[in-house]
Unconditional design. Structure first.
Length: 371
C-alpha cells in the first residue's frame, strides 16, 4: 500500500518526502485553510516536490465543477482532481477523466458509491474510514468490501483509505487490500515507532559503550559521544540526579496520562455544553502544558548537554517532537474554544487527545520500566 499524507502543510510534506516514504498528498479546502495558504499557490508548491497531489473542487453543479476541475488540472501535471461523490460530481468527473485528468472521487461511504466511481473511470476512490467509525460502523470493513468488489471484475480504480486517524487503521487498511492510505503527519511518524526498536537501540548503544576504554579526560565533556540520556549518565556525574528525577517522572506521568483518554471520551459525547467542553479541555491541557511539556523539554536539554552542547548532533527524541506538535495544535483549539468558536472543534480535539494519549502513554510506561 502506498502512503500519502493528508495535509497541506508544506514542511510536513517536505519531511515525508525527505524520508522517502511518501508517494502523494491529499488536500481539501479545510486542510489548505488550516495551513493558512492560498489554494493555487500551495497546491503548485506541493506539486513541485511530489507527484499525486489531490486538489478538491468546491463547486456543486456539473458545469461549475467542470470549469473548476479544468482550472485545478491546469495548475500542474501532478494534480489529481478531487470531485465529490454526487451525481454532478461524477458527471463532471466523467468528462474530466475523458480529457485525461486523473479523478479522485471523495466522500465515499458505500460499496455502491465505489461502483459508481469506478463507472466513470475514476483514478481513485476515497472511502473515509474514520468517519464511518464515527457513526459506529466499520470503516475498515468498507475498505475490504470495496476491494473485494473491485477485484471481482478487475476494476482499475485505486482504493484510497482516507480519514485514517491512527497507525492501526493504516496497517489494517493495508491488510484490507487498499492501494493507498492517506494520513495526517502525526500518524505517519507514529508508524515508525515500536517499543522494541527503542529498547534494541538502547541496548546496542549500551553494549557498544561497554567496549570503549574509559577515557578520564573525556568523562565530563562528552564531546563526540552519544546524545543518549542513558549512555551519557554513565560519564556525567553532575547531571545524574536530574536524570534520575526524569526517569522517576516517567512512572508518575504514565499513571496520570489516562486523563487524556477520559477527557477525549467525554468530549466525544453528543450535545456537549460549551462550558463542559471548556472545563474538560482545560483539565487535559493543564496536564499537557503543566507536566508533559516541561518534562520533555528538560529531557531534551539534558540530551543536548550530554552531547557537549553540540546542537547539530544532539537528536531530540521523535516522540518529543510529535508531542510538541500535537500540544501546539491542542493549544490552538483551546484558544478557539475560549473564543466561543466550537463549530466542529470537539471531534478534532478528541482526535488530538487520543493521539497524545497513544503517543505518550507507551513512551512513559516503557522508559519508566526500563530504569
Ligand atoms: O482524507 C480525508 C480527511 O481529510 C478527512 O479526515 O479525520 O476529518 O475524517 P477526518
Amino acid at each position: 500500500m502506498k502512503l500519502f499524507l493528508d495535509t497541506a502543510v508544506f514542511d510536513e510534506i517536505k519531511q515525508g518526502v525527505d524520508w522517502g516514504v511518501v508517494d502523494g498528498v491529499t488536500t481539501n479546502p479545510t486542510l489548505i485553510a488550516r495551513a493558512g495558504q492560498d489554494h493555487e499557490t500551495q497546491v503548485k508548491r506541493i506539486c513541485g516536490i511530489i507527484g499525486n497531489v489531490s486538489a478538491e473542487v468546491v463547486s456543486e453543479k456539473k458545469n461549475d465543477i467542470l470549469v473548476e476541475g479544468r482550472r485545478l488540472a491546469s495548475w500542474h501535471k501532478n494534480v489529481i482532481v478531487k470531485v465529490p461523490m454526487t451525481a454532478d460530481g461524477l458527471a463532471a468527473g466523467k468528462i474530466l477523466a475523458g480529457e485525461g485528468t486523473r479523478i479522485n472521487v471523495t466522500l465515499c461511504f458505500s460499496i455502491n458509491q465505489a461502483l459508481l466511481a469506478a463507472a466513470i473511470d475514476a483514478h481513485i476512490v476515497s472511502p473515509f474510514v474514520g468517519r464511518v467509525d464515527d457513526i459506529d460502523e466499520d470503516g475498515l470493513q468498507l475498505v475490504r468490501d470495496i476491494v473485494a468488489a473491485y477485484r471481482q471484475k478487475g476494476i482499475k480504480t485505486k482504493v484510497l483509505a482516507a480519514s485514517l486517524r491512527g497507525p492501526f487503521q493504516v496497517s489494517q487498511s493495508a491488510l484490507a487490500g487498499a492501494d493507498i492510505g492517506t494520513m495526517p503527519f502525526s500518524v505517519l511518524t507514529a508508524m515508525f515507532k515500536h517499543p522494541l526498536t527503542d529498547a534494541g537501540l538502547k541496548r546496542f548503544k549500551e553494549d557498544y559503550l561497554k567496549t570503549q576504554e574509559p577515557k578520564p579526560a573525556d568523562a565530563s565533556a562528552g564531546v563526540g559521544s552519544s546524545a543518549s540520556v542513558v549512555g551519557a549518565s554513565e560519564t556525567r556525574g553532575s547531571d545524574e540526579d536530574s536524570l534520575d528525577q526524569l526517569w522517576a517522572d516517567h512512572a508518575t506521568l504514565a499513571s496520570q496520562l489516562g486523563l487524556l483518554e477520559r477527557v477525549a471520551d467525554v468530549i466525544g459525547g453528543e450535545d456537549l455544553p460549551p462550558e463542559t467542553l471548556r472545563a474538560e479541555l482545560d483539565r487535559a491541557y493543564d496536564l499537557v502544558a503543566g507536566k508533559v511539556l516541561p518534562h520533555i523539554r528538560t529531557a531534551d536539554d539534558l540530551q543536548r548537554i550530554s552531547a557537549g552542547h553540540d546542537y547539530a548532533r544532539a537528536p531530540v527524541h521523535p516522540d518529543h517532537d510529535q508531542a510538541e506538535q500535537l500540544s501546539s495544535t491542542l493549544e490552538g483549539f483551546r484558544a478557539r474554544v475560549a473564543r466561543g468558536d466550537i463549530e466542529g472543534t470537539p471531534r478534532e480535539i478528541r482526535r488530538i487527545l487520543y493521539q497524545l494519549h497513544a503517543l505518550t502513554r507507551p513512551h512513559f510506561a516503557d522508559q519508566g520500566q526500563s530504569r
